[in-house]
Write a protein that binds this ligand. Structure first.
Ligand code: NAD
Length: 342
């Protein structure tokens, strides 16, 4: 048995299952169990792979009737771990916080929760050190994480203001009830979209506006960013800054890659687990520098981008590992790259 902090994942969906996998990959963490509410195929898989499964007390019989072995209730899971990662649907984490508090356990929440319900909203590169002494941390959403990493990478040029047009995927690949399936939908009609405020929950002084539209795809989000700097900036400086930032990869101009479909195919071809791409994927050819203004486009894999952030949030709460070390340990264990992807 690996020694380390015992992590429980409440909510084994798109994000929760990936966090559970990532915890198992870390030498300093161990997965004590995960929770589910419905006795479906994912619960059967958990039994097959030998992961402890916890369920709401009132659902135990349903699981047992479906032939699924249960290790206990969700409160028992909470009591038997050192830290909880809450990956329940948006809004549920706020309800669960009381349970975590009464058990005296720290917790990491996801971007679907309100920023006000935690001590700090989190993006590893931007504010790891500020977690010191805090118990309740929220990893910001996938889109916000993509924006923050990119801004962080280019911050040394002096940022005057940022505009991001966000083209959002309609659903995750495993979802069967969400849309639109034949529309481009403004989300919302008004601007700015909520993403600007979410970015400010981590970088309060940044001048940023965001707009968002949903399109019928499940693969990735695409961001088109315009940044105004304090000074004239050269394209090569932008490329060099992006190349040296962890968790950002470039799709070289000569690769010919110009779509999210091709990026996901690259993840499959590279043998990435679940075909995930937790890095921000910047199209090198999209970078345009004109005086103090830079345009660039990048893709965000919504299913996986926040996963390494959750692992760092756990270590930040534990308070024993520095930011740079945590990012390095997480990225090495998960095979996350920087530099040219292709
Ligand atoms: P999901 O619906 O795929 O998974 C949620 C899981 O929680 C499911 O397994 C569900 O059965 C379980 N669940 C539901 N009610 C529960 C309860 N009462 N107790 C315990 N478990 C319960 O959701 P998701 O997409 O993984 O999102 C989880 C969080 O991550 C949300 O806050 C979301 O905003 C955020 N997030 C999602 C994405 C994404 O693109 N999917 C990206 C970044 C962040």
């Amino acid at each position: 048995m690996v020694n380390g902090m015992k992590v429980a994942v409440n909510g084994y969906g798109t994000i929760g299952k990936r966090i559970a996998d990532a915890v198992i990959m870390q030498n300093d963490l161990q997965l004590s169990g995960v929770s589910k509410v419905t006795p479906d195929y994912e619960a059967l898989i958990l039994n097959k792979i030998g992961t402890n499964l916890y369920v709401p007390e009132q659902n135990i019989k349903k699981f047992e009737d479906a032939g699924i072995t249960v290790s206990g209730t969700i409160p028992e899971m909470v009591n038997s771990c050192d830290i909880i990662v809450d990956a329940t649907p948006g809004g549920y984490g706020t309800k669960y916080k009381e349970l975590y508090q009464s058990a005296g356990k720290p917790a990491v929440f996801q971007g679907g929760e309100d920023a006000n319900m935690v001590d700090l909203s989190f993006c590893a590169m931007c504010n790891y050190e500020l977690v010191s002494g805090k118990k309740y941390v929220r990893v910001v959403s996938c889109n916000t994480t993509g924006i923050l990493r990119t801004i962080y990478s280019l911050r040394s040029f002096g940022i005057k203001n940022v505009q991001v047009d966000i083209i959002r995927r309609a659903a995750d690949p495993r979802e069967i009830k969400k849309g639109p399936i034949n529309s481009i939908t403004l989300d919302p009609v008004e601007s700015p979209s909520h993403h600007a405020n979410d970015v400010k929950s981590v970088m309060p002084d940044l001048k940023i506006v965001t707009r968002a539209a949903i399109v019928p795809t499940t693969l990735m989000h695409l961001h088109q960013m315009t940044i105004k700097f304090d000074r004239k900036t050269e394209k090569i400086e932008v490329i060099n800054a992006l190349l040296k930032t962890p968790r950002i990869v470039l799709l070289s101009s000569n690769s010919g890659v110009h779509s999210t479909a091709e990026i996901m195919e690259i993840a499959r071809d590279l043998g990435r687990k679940r075909a995930d791409l937790p890095e921000v994927a910047v199209f090198e050819g999209s970078i345009n520098a004109d005086g103090d203004t830079v345009l660039l486009s990048y893709a965000v894999h919504q299913e996986s981008i926040v996963v390494p952030e959750n692992i760092d949030a756990i270590r930040a709460i534990q308070g024993k590992v520095t930011k740079d070390d945590s990012i390095k340990i997480t990225d090495t264990a998960m095979g996350i790259k920087r530099g040219y992807l292709i």
